[in-house]
Design a protein around this ligand. Structure first.
Ligand SMILES: Nc1nc2c(ncn2[C@@H]2O[C@H](COP(=O)(O)OP(=O)(O)OP(=O)(O)O)[C@@H](O)[C@H]2O)c(=O)[nH]1
Length: 186
């Protein structure tokens, strides 16, 4: 199990699989300020209070929980991680948001919200898993759904979002393309 930390508290999960097609190279291994994006995200989660970090996706040289059913995107990655961990709280983040502020992750981890939102838009990858979403995830691996959107995890769960305030905008930068990467790296 490629995890570090203790068995108590909450587990931070970094989604680091996928194809990085738009970027044209593996986003997890891009180096920014002397560290890879994957290392940055692990650090952010630790700073937010995660007592264990798990990487989702077969990341070369870093270990990682491989996707059990390839091709299901982030939903499949999260389901694969949830399947190998105990029932403790999990907080999931993507690998490509290096400006994420630990403060907001800590707030999400500390409240009952399932997911953060900003200006009315859900941030589906800032995700906290509860018993219900774990049940949905277990079905995902056995019966892969047509709709692979993470929104399926939140169906019928309106009103359980943590709204991020205006000042959180800067940490929502998502690096998907070489242009976005250049902007942050330069
Ligand atoms: N474990 C796992 N993680 C994934 C998978 N697809 C995407 N991710 C992760 O989910 C987050 C959002 O990914 P996207 O930007 O939507 O997809 P991507 O594959 O990284 O990039 P594109 O190919 O350009 O769409 C990133 O942190 C990815 O590393 C997958 O199939 N498995």
């Amino acid at each position: 199990m490629p995890a570090t930390g203790t068995e108590s508290g909450w587990t931070g999960v970094v989604l680091a699989g996928g194809q990085s097609r738009r970027m044209g190279r593996d986003k997890a291994t891009l180096v920014w300020r002397g560290k890879t994006l994957l290392e940055h995200m692990c650090t952010r989660l630790q700073e937010a209070g995660a007592t264990r970090i798990v990487v989702s996706g077969a990341v070369p040289e870093k270990g990682g929980v491989p996707d059990r059913v390839p091709g299901l995107g982030p939903l499949g990655g999260i389901a694969s991680v949830a399947a190998v961990l105990d029932d403790g709280p999990l907080l999931v983040v993507p690998v490509d948001m290096p400006l994420i502020e630990p403060e907001w992750l800590a707030r999400l981890a500390a409240c009952q919200a399932r997911c953060a939102c900003y200006q009315g838009h859900m941030l589906p990858l800032w995700l906290q898993l509860d018993a219900l979403s774990r049940r949905v995830l277990s079905d995902v691996l056995q019966h892969p759904p047509k709709d692979r959107s993470l929104k399926t995890l939140h169906a019928g769960q309106q009103g359980v979002f943590l709204p991020l305030p205006e000042q959180a905008a800067t940490c929502l930068v998502n690096l998907n393309t070489p242009e976005q990467w250049q902007e942050v790296a330069s």
